[in-house]
Design a protein around this ligand. Sequence first.
Ligand code: M6R
Length: 365
Amino acid sequence: EKGGYEHFMMKEICEQPEALRKTISPRIRDGHIVLDDIELTAEQIRNIDKVFIVACGTAYHVGVVAKYAFEKLLKIPMEVDVASEFRYRSPIINDRTLVIIISQSGETADTLAALRESKKRGARVLSIVNVVGSTIANESDDVLYTWAGPEIAVASTKAYSTQLAVIYMIVLYMAEQLHNISEQELQAYIEELQRLPEFVAACLTDKETIQYFASKYFNAKDMYFIGRNVDYAASLEASLKLKEISYIHSEAYTAGELKHGPISLIEDGTLVIAICTYDKLFDKMMSNVKEVKARGAVVLGITTQQKKEAVSQEADYSFCVPKISDFMLPSLSIIPLQLFAYYVASMKGCDIDKPRNLAKSVTVE
Ligand code: M6R
């Protein structure tokens, strides 16, 4: 059932192009995003004045990416929170609030409680779920399924990718309904979205480079991931992936915060993975790479083809992903880092599909 792979995690990593195709293609018709699985009307969309995204773990990290996309294209105030915090806050919610709940399993206890709390306070709930007929799917006003197929490995990979794709589709759909986007812009985004499976497949072709890098550093005690904007969002997910399956201590920091504390952790040989795919802050990222290098860090830079040379001049190693619109970049930059976590855990002899202390679905608080 592992289809020839040693672990479900690798199988699921490699299934991402196909999972994306299944999630995206039925929802693009004649150059438009068609979400006919939901009932949210154009009028209801126009009425929304606040969006919350609530989830746990990897699904929460999808929300962190979503914030950049929502702000850029929709100009609606939006907040992202982890469900275990959100459910015990006093969030300001009313009938003009849209709460987007993200969950692979559809059974996560805190996420379900956040959904119920949101409904009680009058919000409309749209959920992004992988498991058909799960409790979260059943209790939501609208559901958009990620057609990722069963995800068995505890470490989420194809759920993350497909949840991101659904977020991009929601944002583009709402932008069109709100007339926030020109026809030309919309077409350009839709075209990229259609090519996302192909771009992800391209990121999966050079596993050897990542494997080689893992072979040099799998004994590290700590690793740090840095990035800005969407690259920071991807750093959070990359760091979680690494720590959950390899048990290596890792943290994700916004590169601009380094100077405010974390840079004191850098010493000779400390491994820093710098995600530098976001063009607008590329130069700032390069300065941060120089700063950590000057303190002895070994740096792996994840970047786009266009910036390959600039990154290889500063970093010790680099890996390139295709260029795509800003808010979709985490869909590509995460791929080599899922592979990195996998290879590091494999070289350490860890139980990749069932890491210690973790359950696939957290149904208790
Ligand atoms: O089933 P859910 O998406 O609600 O699960 C949320 C988290 O428990 C989950 O993403 C967890 O963080 C994964 N192990 C991450 O790889």
